[in-house]
Design a protein around this ligand. Structure first.
Ligand SMILES: C[S@@+](CC[C@H](N)C(=O)[O-])C[C@H]1O[C@@H](n2cnc3c(N)ncnc32)[C@H](O)[C@@H]1O
Length: 214
């Protein structure tokens, strides 16, 4: 799917996105719990700088803020200005003064140097240039910094028809297509950083992978 189509999808989804993701709970897919675990995997400290790539409406922000505190710095990057508008409202409502929102394709965004963490949740597989994003992410991390990916993948054990059905029902509305099953972003983390964690959830359809800069 091209990037203009992705923007259009998220233009429509933005106003109801935060509520629509709750529907995953109806089938036992604990999207928010995995989000909390992914933030924990960053192992951030108060005062740290973290980039949330493809941050969307900012559902990771409360957890990231808890980890870095008011003296930390949070940069949210997203292709969709509509999703960022919702994120901006959350930032204002919470009075967070340490957040910068950037409307950019993650594939073109220049990450700041020497940052402590990068997180991307439920998004990187949508981006054809995921490998180069991880290379640039690795360059921008300071020593010991972590790059955490939380995303969907095709489970090894599911029959083809069932995977297709689940993807059509639950991932297609968010821009996913069945062909994305061949994009394995965790393998890029392993290539460009030291892979220190690879955990699967929901029968292997969801994973958290953590790469550390050495
Ligand atoms: C399923 S949403 C996930 C949003 C958020 N990370 C979350 O966990 O709720 C996917 C997000 O990726 C963004 N996105 C897709 N392609 C992108 C790209 N090339 N660069 C930046 N953001 C992108 C979309 O605009 C959308 O906000």
């Amino acid at each position: 799917m091209d990037k203009d189509s992705i923007k259009q999808i998220y233009r429509k989804r933005a106003p109801s996105y935060n509520n629509s993701v709750k529907l995953f709970y109806l089938i036992g897919w604990r999207v928010n719990l995995y989000r909390i675990k992914a933030v924990e995997s960053l192992n951030l400290k108060q005062g740290d700088t973290v980039v949330d790539l493809c941050c969307g409406t900012g559902l990771n922000f409360p957890h990231l803020q808890n980890a870095i505190g008011a003296e930390g710095k949070l940069i949210g990057v997203d292709l969709s200005s509509d999703m960022l508008k919702v994120a901006e409202r959350q930032v204002k409502n919470n009075g967070w003064e340490n957040v910068t929102l950037v409307n950019s394709d993650a594939a073109h965004y220049q990450l700041p140097k020497n940052i402590n963490g990068i997180i991307t949740s439920y998004a990187i597989t949508l981006i054809p240039e995921y490998d180069s994003i991880i290379i640039r992410g690795s360059d921008s991390l300071g020593k010991g910094g972590k790059f955490v990916i939380l995303d969907f993948k095709k489970p090894d054990g599911w029959p083809e028809w069932f995977s297709k059905l689940m993807l059509t029902l639950f991932i297609k509305p968010y821009g996913g297509t069945y062909e994305l099953k061949d994009r394995h972003a965790w393998k890029s983390l392993e290539k460009h950083l030291r892979l220190i964690e690879f955990k699967e959830f929901y029968w292997g359809s969801t994973y958290i992978a953590t790469g550390e800069k050495i």
